[in-house]
Design a protein around this ligand. Structure first.
Ligand SMILES: Cc1cc2nc3c(=O)[nH]c(=O)nc-3n(C[C@H](O)[C@H](O)[C@H](O)COP(=O)(O)OP(=O)(O)OC[C@H]3O[C@@H](n4cnc5c(N)ncnc54)[C@H](O)[C@@H]3O)c2cc1C
Length: 416
């Protein structure tokens, strides 16, 4: 039988970005509360340290609903009603800056600065960090929650579940809490890997490993257009990646026949491109076909294009017919790759899907268990790459914490 461990007013399950912010939000709302964070790993905030390649892309100056997917109704209200990101971090003594594309970082360029500042707050406010506590059961009896790791249990008036999703399991997130909530009656929108590479048949990218190219990237389901991004695409042995691909990854497996099409020269129309190729032909007449577009693209990419258009690599450029030039132009404007699979969870940064927005009210309180709140990646909300996911994690954490710390009667009055 599990042994009694401690009593707390608010127990937060998961010491990641949203869980730590939930503790901050709750304490700022009501300084008298006793708050505990239960984290399964030996330390809180492990994932925060890996974000933005160790620099922590903690927000974006351009936050708008179009950059988020999911079923939670009031995402933008939560983001705008909680403190603005810069203001929030300034309140913890952290200075922020942003790059030319609007991505926000700590001025120090170190994720450690962010985690350190949040832990200083927890320490100052005597919020308990209970690490190595892997929650495996939650029960509600006599109006209180009993949360156990199998050996010990905690009794809490209210709980905030901030246990993340399935992405990056080496950082403590394997979806187990989502499954537990599902067993307690919450509906799950099928989780899939997002902000992740997309898998392709290795034969389709043979010779391209290591190539990086700027392109306009469109996603199609069969012939139906789904979405477009512009950015750098990186080719690997069996997948394609880069921020623009990451941002489209959520589309698979919803669209099993997903095709990614690259326009390698978006600034030219196909006619302009054909004219350019004819001009290059005149300049390079006596050279081998492999050199035809080697003045435009990386050598491996130019050889790949020649091969894809069935142009004999040993023939001279003078021998390349107008038909072949047309085919080459078409491939440069629409180089297609059929997506064969999602990435493994270990390669994904975020979970698309999760606990359905229908299961929580506007305060992020579970509709099935009064006093249980949810925040962060465990909910069916995900954003594109560029600071949007941490923005949701901080904001939803502050929001859930603030609401959990209010007296039940206050919440009731606001909801009326
Ligand atoms: C490599 C990488 C880089 C990223 N870079 C960025 C970036 O630069 N900008 C950005 O906006 N987003 C980034 N993200 C996404 C961002 O990290 C997440 O959106 C965010 O961390 C989600 O916060 P969360 O608190 O909801 O979940 P998490 O940060 O995943 O925290 C959940 C916590 O709960 C704990 N936990 C889980 N189950 C239990 C349990 N049963 N009992 C106790 N504890 C439990 C976990 O150990 C974990 O510490 C990145 C993600 C990865 C993986």
């Amino acid at each position: 039988m599990p042994k009694f461990k401690l009593n707390t007013d608010i127990l937060i399950i998961g010491g990641g970005a949203s869980g730590i912010c939930a503790a901050i939000g709750a304490k700022r709302e009501n300084g008298n509360l006793n708050i505990t964070i239960a984290e399964r790993l030996p330390r809180i905030g492990k994932k925060i340290l890996s974000t933005g390649n160790g620099r922590c892309n903690l927000g974006n100056v351009n936050i708008a609903s179009e950059f988020y997917h999911g079923s939670v109704e009031n995402v933008m209200q939560i983001i705008s009603d909680t403190q603005d990101t810069v203001g929030f971090f300034e309140s913890l003594g952290v200075l922020c800056t942003h790059d030319s594309e609007g991505r926000m970082y700590p001025y120090s360029n170190s994720a450690n600065t962010v985690l350190n500042a949040m832990r200083m707050f927890l320490n100052q406010e005597e919020i308990t960090e209970l690490c190595d506590f892997d929650v495996c059961s939650i029960e509600k009896a006599s109006g209180k929650f009993k949360v156990s790791n199998g050996e010990e249990y905690i009794v809490a008036e209210k709980i905030i579940i901030a246990a993340g999703g399935y992405a990056a399991p080496s950082m403590g997130t394997d979806g187990s809490m989502m499954k537990l909530l599902c067993g307690m009656g919450h509906k799950i929108i099928t989780p899939t890997a997002a902000i992740a590479p997309l898998c392709v048949n290795p034969n389709d990218v043979k010779g391209l490993k290591g190539v990086r190219v700027k392109a306009a990237v469109s996603a199609f389901s069969g012939v139906s257009f789904l979405a477009k991004e512009i950015g750098e695409v990186q080719f690997n042995e069996n997948n394609i990646s880069g921020i623009c691909i990451f941002n489209l990854a959520y589309l698979y497996p919803e669209y099993k026949n997903l095709v990614i099409s690259l326009d390698l020269m978006p600034e030219l129309t196909i006619n302009e491109l054909e004219k350019l190729l004819l001009k290059i032909k005149k300049i390079r007449l006596q050279f081998q076909s492999e050199e035809f577009v080697s003045g435009i693209f990386n050598r491996n990419l130019s050889s790949f294009l020649i091969k894809k258009c069935h142009i004999d690599k040993t023939c001279r450029i003078s021998e390349i017919s107008d038909d072949k030039i047309h085919t080459l132009a078409k491939n440069i404007k629409r180089l297609e790759f059929k997506i064969t699979a999602s990435s493994l969870w270990k390669n994904a940064q975020i979970t698309h899907g999760g606990i359905c927005g229908e299961c929580v009210d506007l305060n992020l309180q579970s509709k099935f268990f009064k006093g249980m709140y949810l925040c962060g990646e465990i909910l069916d909300v995900d954003g594109i790459c560029g600071g949007y996911n941490l923005t949701w994690a901080w904001s939803s954490g502050l929001w859930a914490g603030k609401n959990a710390a209010k007296k039940s009667e206050d919440i009731y009055a606001e909801n009326k």
